[in-house]
Design a protein. Structure first.
Length: 260
């Protein structure tokens, strides 16, 4: 009898371990599928994720290889690329009505700014996200669907170590490219309270901060490019003028020599 109890206990322990391991992989697959299904509906662009992992025991997770494509009409490869995102989630909230995310750390994102300050891919992407979040208005049916959507709370959202690849057409200079650093973006206490926040609303808030920071950095980068271009034009003009003067001086000297 004791041996039977021991065997049953061992079997149960093994099944528990298998269940925990399986849940780790299945949750990762669920997260990946969720991101790739819901994401494009929010951004209106291509969105891919290489992989995801989430432990229901520790509440720690990772997202790898996040790719957000550009809105229609833009030619660069992507709008946003992120190698890794680390997450912290309260395990007990994973299957509740509101998922409690303790921290999100977006590491070294690569942002592409294409266009000009008057019209660019990031502003268009933000416009798409805000429309999905409902800032442009909802029908009664859409409002009902939004209210029934899964809510989340994010205590700490950090974007650090990023860079912006500029692909712009500077007036008077032409098409130019450059890379400038993305300032750190730190958001806290998102979706606190019973109502929480939807994924679309969270994305809109983060994209707004990201776009504003990127535009400021891009503006300085474009100004620097323009200055370099202007200086180059001035140098070229000055050099050409100098060469012309040298030629003119030589010609006068030759004429004087001939007269002698």
């Amino acid at each position: 009898m004791k041996k039977l109890i021991v065997r049953v206990a061992v079997v149960l322990a093994v099944l528990l371990i298998v269940a925990v391991v399986a849940s780790f992989f299945f949750l990762g697959a669920i997260v990946k599928k969720g991101v790739e299904t819901v994401g494009p509906q929010i951004t209106k662009t291509e969105l891919k994720l290489d992989g995801a992992g989430l432990s229901i025991l520790s509440g720690s997770g990772t997202l790898k290889g996040l790719f957000i494509g550009n809105p229609a009409g833009f030619k660069t490869e992507s709008a946003i690329k992120v190698g890794a995102v680390s997450l912290g989630v309260k395990p007990g909230s994973i299957f509740s009505d509101k998922i409690h995310v303790t921290q999100v750390n977006v590491k070294a994102p690569e942002i592409t700014f294409e266009g000009s300050l008057a019209g660019n891919n990031l502003s268009k992407l933000l416009e798409n996200v805000q429309a999905s979040a409902g800032s442009t208005g909802k029908t009664p049916v859409e409002s009902k669907q939004a209210s029934a959507a899964k809510k989340i709370q994010v205590d700490d959202f950090l974007i650090s170590g990023g860079k912006i690849n500029l692909s712009v057409n500077v007036p008077g200079v032409g098409a130019k490219s450059a890379t400038v650093p993305l300032p750190e973006i730190h958001l806290t206490n998102l979706g606190q309270g019973a109502d929480g926040i939807t994924v679309a609303d969270l994305t809109a808030k983060v994209m707004k901060e990201l776009t504003e920071a990127a535009l400021k950095a891009a503006e300085k980068g474009i100004a620097d490019i323009g200055k370099i271009g202007t200086d180059a034009v001035k140098d070229a003009a000055s050099k050409a003028a100098g060469e012309t003067l040298d030629k003119a001086t030589k010609s006068v000297t030759d004429i004087l020599k001939k007269k002698k």
